[in-house]
Design a protein around this ligand. Structure first.
Ligand SMILES: [Mg+2]
Ligand SMILES: [Zn+2]
Length: 199
């Protein structure tokens, strides 16, 4: 089984420092849903992990988050894309939960739920904590420069081997240019990718 794990805000949809608090505020980044459709066509199951501390802060509730995710699923469906599951952490940093990235709780849940090893599974994020959570579970880290990505790149300290792409569509271009994209495949040659860079 081919699996790919995506962060939500700043990867699939535009991020906001004021949080995404309503379905109206959830706006896909151009090309991101189409990129997910291409992953599906190539046999990937696509799973999302997202920190949503706005719930702990009382900025929105679970019902609203479900409505936001309903919009995500429906928007995806319109371009033939399917997201298998969305895992979210509703906690604040002070809650000391196991699921808020950079902790790997949501990743462990995915491994259990899908009964797979996460070794080599592409994990795409725009924040360091996304990549850290995936890295400790063996995922292959990809930074996109949408959302907080440019700031994340400037700050540095990315996990070794992090690959950097302009956006999700570019990551998918890179992944799908490889003849075999099985998670067990050897290091893909992304040298033709637009922004390949090992850090
Ligand atoms: Mg993000
Ligand atoms: Zn949590």
């Amino acid at each position: 089984m081919k699996l790919i794990i995506l962060d939500r805000d700043g990867v699939i949809n535009h991020d906001s420092d004021a949080f995404i608090k309503s379905p109206q505020e959830w706006i896909p980044i151009p090309g991101s849903l189409e990129a997910i459709a291409r992953l599906n066509q190539a046999g990937y199951r696509v799973v999302v992990t997202t920190n949503q501390s706005g719930i702990a802060r009382g900025l929105f509730d679970i019902v609203t988050l479900n409505a936001i995710h309903q919009k995500l699923h429906e928007s995806a469906k319109q371009v033939g894309a399917t997201i298998d599951a969305i895992f979210f952490c509703p906690h604040a940093t002070d809650d000391n939960c196991d699921c808020r990235k950079p902790k790997p709780g949501m990743l462990h849940t995915i491994a259990k739920r899908f009964n797979v090893s996460l070794k080599g599974v592409p994990n795409i994020g725009d924040s360091l904590r996304d990549l850290q959570a995936g890295f400790v579970t063996g995922c292959r880290p990809y930074l996109v420069l949408t959302g907080k990505g440019k700031k994340t790149l400037e700050k540095g300290g990315l996990p070794p081997g992090t690959m950097i792409f302009a956006n999700l569509a570019a990551v998918v271009d890179g992944l799908l240019n490889v003849p075999s994209t099985d998670v067990d495949a050897t290091e893909p040659d992304l040298s033709t990718g637009p922004m390949r860079k090992n850090v």
